[in-house]
Design a protein around this ligand. Structure first.
Ligand SMILES: NC(=O)c1ccc[n+]([C@@H]2O[C@H](COP(=O)([O-])OP(=O)(O)OC[C@H]3O[C@@H](n4cnc5c(N)ncnc54)[C@H](OP(=O)(O)O)[C@@H]3O)[C@@H](O)[C@H]2O)c1
Length: 260
């Protein structure tokens, strides 16, 4: 019998001071797991951990700071005794506009945070715990990594690369460690504000599910991938987008009435 119960498991969630990361920490804690939440600021990490409660731990660590990441992994092991789940959630998008208008600084920041950080944190978690004991890694990609959009080319390329990397790492870390990705559609968070704040009505009208995503929609899928219920799932990218990738649902809708 496999369940979504995470009692006795410990998760590190990068970029968990708000949005999808914080919702994920709350969902893993609700499933019985211990959680370590990172942020670039200790104050924000502490505030988020306090919101989760149940002994959650907040640790300041810029996602690309190798020393801070190592200290976070060590503190997690000291406090909870294992690292069974790693959610590589921290992400950034400093580059808006056509790809050829971007500079190296924006390219480097995008790819460092969105692609290098998942490699860094996974390698540390594997070295410290998962290599001997197994575990589940979940990388936060995006439906942008599965298609093409104006102005988001660099960000989307970093997420496409993360989807590829997820499969590569699933092979390299097999059979003890499962590595999967989530590809969310537009979710109500600060990072994506430009995509939904002024367009929510239009998105609601055209999306099959009739709404934009909430952080908890993504968190539920992460709990599944982290749990034993997903023990035969690896190298996969789960699209969680309320049907956004299906196209404009309004063109398909008609009055649905029951035929008695
Ligand atoms: N929202 C969407 O529609 C959407 C869609 C597809 C994919 N995603 C992905 O989902 C992930 C979470 O984003 P979100 O939408 O939840 O955004 P958000 O609400 O703005 O949260 C971003 C989180 O990442 C942290 N963070 C940012 N840069 C960091 C860094 N360099 N090191 C450590 N932490 C960092 C922030 O913490 P501090 O500011 O406290 O450091 C914050 O906790 C990202 O990977 C994003 O690309 C989001």
């Amino acid at each position: 019998m496999t369940t979504l119960d995470l009692t006795g498991r410990t998760a590190i969630i990068t970029g968990a001071s708000r949005g999808i990361g914080l919702a994920t920490a709350e969902a893993i804690a609700a499933a019985g797991g211990n959680v370590v939440l990172t942020s670039r600021s200790q104050e924000s990490a502490d505030a988020a951990a306090a919101q989760v409660g149940r002994g959650a731990l907040g640790i300041a660590a810029h996602a690309t700071d190798a020393e801070a990441a190592r200290r976070c992994v060590e503190s997690t092991l000291e406090t909870f005794g294992s690292i069974d789940i790693l959610v590589n959630n921290a992400g950034t998008n400093p580059a808006y506009g056509p790809v050829i208008d971007q500079d190296h600084a924006r390219f480097a920041k995008t790819f460092d945070v969105n692609l290098w950080a998942p490699i860094l944190w996974t390698s540390l978690a594997v070295e410290a715990w998962m290599g001997d004991n197994g575990g589940s890694v979940v990388n936060m990609a995006s439906i942008g990594g599965l298609g093409f959009e104006p102005n988001l080319g660099l960000y989307n390329a970093s997420k496409a690369a993360l989807i590829h990397l997820t499969k590569q790492m699933a092979l390299e870390l097999s059979p003890k460690i499962r590595v999967n990705a989530i590809a969310p559609g537009v979710v109500r968070t600060k990072l994506a504000a430009a995509l939904w704040q002024e367009h929510e009505e239009q998105l609601t009208a055209t999306t099959a599910s009739g709404r934009i995503g909430e952080p908890g929609d993504i968190a539920s899928a992460i709990v599944f991938l982290a749990s034993d219920a997903a023990s035969w799932v690896t190298g996969e990218t789960m699209v969680i987008d309320g049907g956004q990738r299906l196209g404009d649902a309004s063109e398909f809708r008609r009055e649905v009435t029951a035929r008695v």
